[in-house]
Design a protein around this ligand. Structure first.
Ligand SMILES: Nc1ncnc2c1ncn2[C@@H]1O[C@H](COP(=O)(O)OP(=O)(O)O)[C@@H](O)[C@H]1O
Ligand SMILES: [Mg+2]
Length: 259
């Protein structure tokens, strides 16, 4: 470790200290030790130095596969920094979604490399969907196990998951989600984990997130994932009182693929 690296680590330790993870649950303490390795701190430093954010603000979420933090800076305003955990990732699940996808077939067995590929995969999926006009957070950069994207929410709080709010006009939101899902299909992808847990609700609009597992058409599970996504959309909006025929919706989606 060079003196320059030491300085960078010190700088990042200051940023991490500000997150106040120690004051939270013991989970966070554990995560702080597991997640913020020296390599990660150097990668975060590089992202800061490249202007993607100037300060880490607060943790948003700790999930099975990663952690999401809010960060902010002069150049991009509020951003979300998603960090995939290398230590205890579910490599079987991840490997399956990578191997069948032509873009990433040859990923090897190195755990670190697999996770780095996974972060790159989420970034590229976001890019494709964003460019196709789907309301997803705009991707900004990826590096190692980190994805930086635009933040959905206000300065003081991230947008809630759609499952935790009262949707003002379920019918309209349903149509909008179906429209977005069709754009995903037209761009050659299937989301693969669509549900009310992976949609945020912000300024009365649904945002689709968590697209790491989205795969291309030749993936052996493409149609199975499409079916599951469609059923999840139908079930959720059905619960909100929207009249949804899941078979008809599935057929509509299949029609999109024929075009
Ligand atoms: N761009 C974003 N803006 C605001 N909050 C976000 C953003 N991306 C993720 N989050 C928050 O982090 C949580 C977890 O993100 P997600 O991508 O679903 O990862 P996972 O479910 O794999 O942990 C989301 O439910 C949401 O609360
Ligand atoms: Mg999620």
């Amino acid at each position: 470790m060079t003196l320059v690296d030491e300085k960078k680590i010190q700088r990042m330790e200051y940023e991490i200290a500000k997150l106040n993870l120690r004051d939270k649950t013991s989970d966070w303490r554990k995560i702080e030790n597991e997640v913020f390795t020296r390599d990660l701190m150097l990668a975060l430093y590089k992202l800061m130095n490249d202007g993607y954010f100037d300060t880490l603000d607060y943790p948003i979420s700790t999930g099975k596969e990663g952690n999401v933090f809010k960060a902010s800076g002069k150049k991009h305003g509020n951003v979300a920094v998603k960090i995939y955990r290398i230590g205890n990732a579910n490599f079987n699940r991840i490997g399956e979604y990578i191997k069948g996808d032509r873009r990433f077939r040859y990923v090897g067995k190195d755990r670190k490399k697999i996770i780095f590929t996974w972060a790159q995969k989420e970034f590229r999926n976001l890019r494709i969907m964003f460019d196709a006009g789907v309301r997803v957070p705009e991707p900004l950069e990826f590096l190692d196990n980190i994805v930086v994207m635009k933040f959905v929410g206000t300065d003081s709080a991230p947008a809630p998951m759609i499952k935790d709010v009262v949707v003002e006009n379920p019918e309209k939101t349903y149509k909008d989600v179906v429209r977005m899902y069709k754009l995903i299909l037209k761009s050659g992808l299937v989301h693969g984990d669509m549900s009310e847990f992976n949609m945020l609700y912000f300024r009365k609009k649904a945002y689709i997130i968590d697209v790491g597992q989205a795969v291309t058409k030749e993936h052996p599970r493409f149609f199975e994932l499409l079916r599951r996504d469609v059923l999840n959309i139908a079930r959720y909006f059905g619960k909100l009182g929207v009249e949804v025929d899941e078979n008809q919706l599935l057929n509509e989606m299949l029609e999109v693929l024929k075009k």
